[in-house]
Design a protein around this ligand. Structure first.
Ligand code: HEC
Length: 232
């Protein structure tokens, strides 16, 4: 459409000048990014633990490392999305405050298997043990590998204290508070005595989503009108 009205910021001028179009596009993307990212630095919901969420204990922490080492996160997400179908299947949707103790978080992006963010307490330890050793015993068409060797790997010689100290320094940089007390670090090796990688990964799984779900149930009891807390 021809127009004689050639103001500097008319669309025509921008669209016909490749360099100007690129610069304006970059400015728009930068502005949009900053508007989304900067408020997160000041939002407590991203730096403070959600209700009921606590740091993992020593055994659960080793279990988390087994989970990472064995690639479980390649098939399992830990992030319930804000969709009715997800909430009905898995439970309350995930909030940022649930991941403040995770370095790195394990939200994942692929789901070959179900989401595990709320799997804690859904099955017994014995069920997990049997399922990990042979998933096809329960779901004949399951493509989950059988993790038979986890039961034979002792974890008592893991360098758990160093890992906890490293997490402490990361968490202090992030929030100004350490994650573990000196006492918890001192007691950690005791907790791993006689435990296997299988025990550890089960302890980790059984803790997933438990604290947050319990805290929500408490809140809902106190305030029967809201099903989810407002994201603040
Ligand atoms: C190749 C993909 C794959 C990998 C790797 C994998 N899984 Fe699975 N997982 C599945 C599938 C598929 C299912 C659903 C069928 C079943 O229960 O076996 C499943 C189911 C599960 C369940 C039951 C979840 C529920 O709500 O019923 C748990 C718990 C689980 N996996 C834990 C693990 C752990 C722990 C690891 C790592 C040690 C792991 N998975 C590795 C694919 C995988």
């Amino acid at each position: 459409m021809a127009t004689n009205n050639k103001k500097f910021f008319s669309h025509e001028v921008i669209e016909r000048n490749m360099g100007l179009l690129i610069i304006c596009s970059i400015l728009v993307v930068i502005f949009g990014g900053l508007v989304q990212i900067i408020p997160l630095f000041f939002q407590h919901s991203t730096t403070q633990a959600a209700p009921g969420v606590k740091p993992l204990n020593a055994l659960q922490l080793v279990g988390r490392d087994v989970y990472i080492k064995e690639g479980c996160y390649g098939c399992h997400s830990q992030q319930v999305r804000v969709l009715a179908s997800e909430v009905q299947r898995y439970g309350p949707y995930s909030v940022a405050g649930e991941s403040v103790y995770d370095y790195p978080f394990l939200w994942g992006s692929r789901r070959m298997g179900p989401d595990l963010a709320r799997v804690g307490g859904r099955y017994s330890d014995d069920w997990h043990r049997a399922h990990l050793r042979n998933p096809r015993q329960f779901v004949p068409e399951s493509n989950m590998p059988a993790y038979k060797w986890l039961q034979n790997k002792d974890v008592s010689s893991e360098n758990i204290q160093n890992r906890m100290k490293t997490l402490n320094s990361l968490h202090t940089t992030h929030t100004g508070q350490p994650m573990y007390s000196e006492e918890e670090i001192a007691k950690a090796p005791e907790m791993l005595k006689g435990k296997t990688e299988e025990d550890a990964v089960i302890a980790f799984l059984q803790n997933l989503g438990v604290g947050y779900r319990a805290a929500l149930a408490e809140q809902n009891k106190a305030n029967a009108t809201t099903a989810q807390p407002a994201a603040n």
